[in-house]
Each structure stands twice: as structure tokens, then as C-alpha cells.
Design a binder for this molecule. Structure first.
Ligand code: PLP
Length: 365
């Protein structure tokens, strides 16, 4: 059996997907070619790309009102490309950013190079009850500007373990960084106008970034926007302005097929809920470990936790690895541990983690 892999990203992929990719590695569907060796304009690759797009549309529930793009550059490239493509929606070049953790902070910071960026709300300041970035600034607290071209939010802060998805219908376009919880639950695209995600957390390997954008927002890119990153051109040319990340698209496509076979995002939501509850319930009934995120904002994808005695951290990690529980070290800015339990982590993996944590507590508590 493979060990359980709790990496925050790049992260665990379904074993069936890895095995299928391995079986097809040197000869895809009797073509005599690896997917890596195919022209991106060949009919074989076009079929792979088209199926990936169709499956992703079906999983997300987005109609032809939206463009579905496969790009290079990673999610952080979108911190510049969202403003370059969408600030021009309004003459004032304004955008409002909700800051709920490390990733949305970076998004807002990068955007300042392109226009007039306003922090509509931030959870950086601790409250009496919750620490910095340990809660989500709920929509009723957002200070939005009338003439903003869009509002930017992050649906899951991978580092802080804060998640929020209950977006209101805004007057202005809502842009979501969904890198670490895309496809983990249904997203309401009646209220979302653009979503981007690096694939390497929950939707495939690194190397491909997904952009889903309402077509009515296209056509306003800055002149300086690189043509290979212009959403309008990418949509018109089926993400083939230049060579797309072909193998990563193929792998992501296999993940989509796996997700459909599991029952789609509703089934994943139920499973992810059960996994997260198991771990949070245990964290809440022990003093040996703690999670400090406000309960209503707790992520079901990334669960940071601290040992009451940080001097045991190294031992915890060492024993965890020996027990087949990998990559549990927390992000350096938060410390402690972090269990990322994306779609490809089954309930059994979380059960194994909780059993290990109980045993570690018995020995060292
Ligand atoms: C990992 C991550 C990013 C950065 O992704 P890159 O592809 O490395 O640029 C951005 N946003 C969120 C929410 C992430 O989890």
C-alpha cells in the first residue's frame, strides 16, 4: 500500500489516475506516441483537450456563457493577469480585494502594479476571539466601490486553513482564486464571474492553470497583456495561442474522469465533509493538539494544527513518516502541522492520521 500523502501541493493524485498514466506513458491508445510526444494541434491531442474541457464544464456546471481556459504560469501569474485582463472593464481601473490570508494578500499586492486597488476587507488584524487570518471577513463587512471593475476573493486559504464559499450576488464581477478547493464541492457560478486555479492542489499536476471566465467580461484586456495570456485570444483559440502544457492537461483530464466516476463534486463534498469532521472533532476534544481557526471558516481541504508542546514537532513528523503519513509539516509562517486532505485523500487516510495522533498523544501527553 502507498503511504498517505498530506502535501499541500503539489499533492496526492488518485492512484488509479497514476496507474492509467503509467500504462499509457509510451503508447497512448495505440497511437505509438506518448501524449508528451504529440503535436498540440494533432487530432489525438485535440481530443484529449476537448474531453478535458467538456468534463471540467460538466463537473463545475458552467455553460457556454463561460470560457474555460488552460494556461501556463501557475495561479500566481493570475495575480497579474486578472488585472491585465479585467481592470479595463471600467474606465477607473479600480478593483476591490478581500484579504483573508497569505494568498489573497499576495493577489492584492501584485494587482497594485496595474491599477487602483482597494482592500475591501481584511482579516489580518486579530479580533478579541480570533488571531490574524484565522477567520473570514464575511460579505456584510466588505466595503465595495461603485466603480470597481471586479471584486477578488480567495475561496480557500491553503496556508491559514480558512475557507469561505457562500458568495453573495454582487453588483460587480466576482473573481475567485479557487486553487485549493476547486472541485471539492459545488461552486455557485450564478454568483461567480471568473475563477482561476493552479491544478496542482486538487485538480491535477503542476504546470496547468485553469481559468473559467464569463464571456461577457472578455474584450477589455490591456494592450500590454502578453498575447499568450489574453483571455479573449485564448478563448478564441481554444487555449492554443501557443503550446499549452499538454501533458498536464492530459493528467488533469484523467483526474476529471476519475471525479466523474466518483459521483462528481456533490459526492466529493459529502466525502470531504466527513473527512474534515473526523479530524476537527478529534482536534476539538484534546488539549494535546489545537486548530485555531474560527469554526465557521474552517477549511475542509487544509487543516493546520499545533502540538501543545512545539518541542515535540520534529518527533511527531519523524514518527508520522515512519507510520506512512507523509508531508505533514506546517507552512513556515504558521508552524506546527498541516494536513491537506484533498479529493484524492480517502477517508481511510484521515482515519490513519487520527489513529496515529491519538497514539502519539498517549505516549507523549
Ligand atoms: C498554491 C496557491 C497559489 C499559488 O499557486 P502557484 O501555481 O504556485 O502560483 C495561489 N493561490 C492559492 C489559494 C494557492 O493554494
Amino acid at each position: 500500500m502507498r503511504p498517505w500523502n498530506f502535501s499541500a501541493g503539489p499533492s496526492v493524485l488518485p492512484l488509479e489516475v497514476l496507474q492509467q498514466a503509467a500504462a499509457e506513458m509510451s503508447d497512448w491508445h495505440s497511437t505509438g506516441m506518448s501524449v508528451m510526444e504529440m503535436s498540440h494541434r494533432s487530432k489525438e491531442f485535440m481530443q484529449i483537450r476537448d474531453e478535458a474541457e467538456a468534463d471540467l464544464r460538466e463537473l463545475l456546471g458552467v455553460s457556454d456563457d463561460f470560457a474555460v481556459l488552460f494556461l501556463q504560469g501557475g495561479a500566481q501569474a493570475q495575480n497579474a493577469l486578472v488585472p491585465m485582463n479585467l481592470l479595463g472593464l471600467g474606465p477607473a481601473r479600480k478593483a476591490d480585494y478581500v484579504v483573508s490570508g497569505s494568498w489573497s494578500s499576495r493577489s492584492a499586492q501584485e494587482a497594485t502594479h496595474y491599477g487602483d486597488i482597494h482592500i475591501a476587507a481584511s482579516s489580518q488584524a486579530p479580533t478579541e476571539q480570533w488571531g490574524s487570518f484565522a477567520y473570514f471577513p464575511t460579505p456584510d463587512s466588505w466595503q465595495l466601490r461603485e466603480d470597481a471593475s471586479y471584486v477578488h476573493v480567495c475561496s480557500n486559504e491553503t496556508i491559514g486553513g480558512v475557507e469561505f464559499n457562500d458568495w453573495p450576488k454582487l453588483e460587480r464581477p466576482l473573481v475567485v482564486d479557487g486553487s485549493s478547493n476547486i472541485l471539492s464541492r459545488p461552486f455557485n457560478f450564478a454568483h461567480i464571474d471568473a475563477l482561476y486555479a493552479g491544478a496542482q492542489k486538487n485538480a491535477g499536476p503542476s504546470g496547468v492553470t485553469l481559468v473559467v471566465v464569463r464571456r461577457s467580461l472578455l474584450g477589455h484586456a490591456d494592450q500590454q497583456c502578453p498575447s499568450v495570456f489574453n483571455y479573449t485570444s485564448l478563448d478564441a483559440q481554444h487555449s492554443m495561442v501557443n503550446t499549452p502544457p499538454t501533458y498536464a492537461i492530459y493528467m488533469a483530464g484523467l483526474v476529471y474522469k476519475w471525479l466523474k466516476a466518483q459521483g462528481g463534486v456533490e459526492a466529493m463534498q459529502a466525502r470531504n465533509q466527513a473527512k474534515a469532521e473526523l479530524l476537527y472533532n478529534y482536534l476539538d476534544q484534546t488539549d494535546f493538539y489545537a486548530n485555531h481557526v474560527a469554526p465557521e471558516a474552517r477549511s475542509r481541504m487544509n487543516i493546520p494544527f499545533l502540538l501543545h508542546d512545539a518541542s515535540l514537532d520534529a518527533l511527531f513528523l519523524q514518527h508520522a513518516e515512519q507510520a506512512g503519513l507523509l508531508q505533514l509539516k506546517g507552512h513556515k509562517s504558521v508552524g506546527g502541522m498541516r494536513a491537506s486532505i484533498y479529493n484524492a485523500m480517502p477517508l481511510e487516510g484521515v482515519q490513519a492520521l487520527v489513529e496515529f495522533m491519538k497514539e502519539f498523544e498517549r505516549r507523549h501527553g
